[in-house]
Design a protein around this ligand. Sequence first.
Ligand SMILES: Cc1cc2nc3c(=O)[nH]c(=O)nc-3n(C[C@H](O)[C@H](O)[C@H](O)COP(=O)(O)OP(=O)(O)OC[C@H]3O[C@@H](n4cnc5c(N)ncnc54)[C@H](O)[C@@H]3O)c2cc1C
Length: 445
Amino acid sequence: MQKPLRIAIVGSGLVGSLLGIYLRKGGHTVHIYDRSPDIRTIQFSGRSINLAMSDRGWKALDGVGVGDEVRSIAIPMDKRAIHLKDKLNFQHYGKEGESIYSISRGTLNRKMIDLAEAAGAEFFFEQKIWDVSLAEATLHIGESERGEWKDVKYDMVFGADGAFSRIRHRMQRQSMFNYSQEFLNTGYKELNIPANPDGSHKLDKYSFHIWPRGEYMLIALPNLDGSFTCTLFMPFEGENSFAQLNDRQKVEAFFEKNFPDSIDVIPKLAEDFFKNPTSTLVTMKCYPWTYEDKVALIGDACHAIVPFYGQGMNAGFEDITILQEFIEQYGDDWKAIFEKYQDSRKPNADAIAELSYRNFMEMSSKTADEKFLLAKRIEKRFSEKHPDKWLPLYSRVTFSHRPYTEALAIGDKQKAIMDEVMLLPDIETIWDSAQVENKILELLR
Ligand SMILES: Cc1cc2nc3c(=O)[nH]c(=O)nc-3n(C[C@H](O)[C@H](O)[C@H](O)COP(=O)(O)OP(=O)(O)OC[C@H]3O[C@@H](n4cnc5c(N)ncnc54)[C@H](O)[C@@H]3O)c2cc1C
């Protein structure tokens, strides 16, 4: 057991509240601050962003015994349903029994706050943190940036305050602090597929639905109430862009032309399109993540990534798993814990940022390409026959706990092998032959 400390966590998002549970179980006093009102008391706004939880997220939740509570509000999705203009294809994600899980962000966040509170963490909502004194682990809290601030001193502060973190903002003023931020010129907008009158789902409930169209795509994830949350990803400017879709008729014509099978299931298309905001996507990297044994960043506050691998929250949860491993190893030596934590996580955060960025192409273009789907079938077949020799990249990221750096490196090697295999004459007919299997074995040697 560690010596009990007074610890502040800034941010009661997904990562902040789970971290609160871990630190409470470790015997610390935990105060969690958020600038927003208590999400549990806010009327549902009508927007229901949802997230895909996978193995790394579950491991962190199970690590403090809250996985089953979260499973009860999640829907397993074992495959992609790929909506082409003229047909529907299915592509299983992993092995039999492997799924990613659709969860409403709001429902999950409310549950995580309940669980953290039950574990003894104290929450302070509508408290804006404007600054932190790093060496003293003191928070500066107030109504406005220029108004009066209250100072609250702690033994340690965690910045779990998301991509535009104020805690990081202070660290950025240190010399030798590296920081970069890059916005995609693709944005996103949420739409909704309501439930059938009997509460059932209008599309296959256990699939992650994608309408891949190259530069842009639509996705839909199931909700417990029978609805789906859809997200349209599209460039801000250019031929097929948010800028072009500036009136009701254009939006409806665009969907009729490009997502014909979505028309009947999105009844309030134009209404939602103009009501819901168009949001940006950012990759943010920085280093170091810690200041002595006083302040540490965690989750999106130190590694915001684009959402195309469904790993942002999962990676943030894995930060906690790894931090906990070092806590168990180094006891009260927080300096060592923080150093090991940032050394271990930074390369992995960079790797998942890169993989996420690349996965936009896979989701939006390649899933519509027969050659790509054939390559995936060949890989799957080979991996089922030789599980010790080949774990597909998606599975290594999603259904394993191996480092993201390893997934990136091995994934690149596998891609080079598959590129050669796909050049074999008549690959469409011989794809499941011994010749193809032997070719892969040879290339692996
Ligand atoms: C469209 C989209 C889809 C996504 N899909 C997935 C997915 O399928 N799977 C997945 O794993 N991840 C996904 N993500 C990523 C995921 O949402 C984030 O990685 C995750 O929410 C990060 O959690 P966090 O707790 O670190 O930060 P946040 O969720 O951003 O929480 C930060 C909290 O800090 C508070 N805060 C901020 N500043 C202050 C301040 N100054 N004072 C006090 N409080 C403050 C905020 O109010 C907030 O509550 C997606 C992201 C997007 C944008």
